[in-house]
Ligand binder design. Sequence first.
Ligand code: SF4
Length: 243
Amino acid sequence: MLQQTQVPRVIPKFQVFLDRFPSASVCASALVADVVRAWAGLGYNRRAVNLHRTAVAVVDRHGDQLPDDLDALMGLPGIGPYTARAILTFAFGHDVGIVESNTSRVLARIAGRALPQPEAQRFADELVPEGHGWAWNQAMIDLGATVCLRREPKCGECPVVEHCSWHDSPDPAAPAHKQSTFAGSDRQGRGRLVDAMRVAPIPVDGIPAAAGWPDDPSRAHRVVDTLLADGLAVELDGTLRLP
Ligand code: SF4
C-alpha cells in the first residue's frame, strides 16, 4: 500500500483491509474483485491484483507465512527489490538497506553523484550497522522525508552532513525524483474505469464515458487492454467488470 501512496491515506485503509483479510489464506480465498473493492481510494489498483496473487502464492508455496528470504520474496507477484527488502528489515529485522525515493536521494547526495540502482542498493546494504537494520532504515527514510528534501535540503540540521559530498556543492549531482502528472494521464482513465467497475459492470459502449474520454473511444479501449492484461478486468456478457 505504501508503494507510491502517502502514509496518511494508507493508515485508515490498512486497518480496514486487515480486518477484512487478516491472513494470506483469507485474502487468497476471496475474489479478486473483493480485494480490488477494498483497495478503493489507494490508487495503482494493479497492486491489489498482485496482492491477491501473492496471497495465493504464499498459501501454496509458504504455508500461509511470508518467507524471510530475499529470493523467495522476490519470486512473489508484485514484490520487487524494494518491497522484498522492506519486508525483510521491517517484518523480520534483517540487516538489509532499502532503496526508495527518499533513501535513494540521500544515498546519491552522500556519494555526490547519481547512483545506478544496483550501485545504490550495494551502498545502502553496506551502510546498515550490524544488528540495527530496522531502526537504520526508518531513520534513512525519515532523513529523506524531513531533512534531505528534494528541493531545499536542510543541511544545517542534517546528522550526516560531515559524510555528505553534496551539501556544499553548487551543482547538485543527484537528480531530483519527479512524479509524472496524474491529471489527463492514462492512469487517471484506468482509475476511473476501476472505480466504475467497483460499483457495477460497465457496458462496452459506456467505456469511453466511464474512462472520462467520451470523444476518444480508441484511447479508452487502449487503456482497457492494459486493465485486461494486468488482470484488473474481464470482459463478460458485453460488459467490462472486475474479475
Ligand atoms: S547534508 Fe544536506 S544534502 Fe547531504 S544528506 Fe544531509 S540534508 Fe542531504
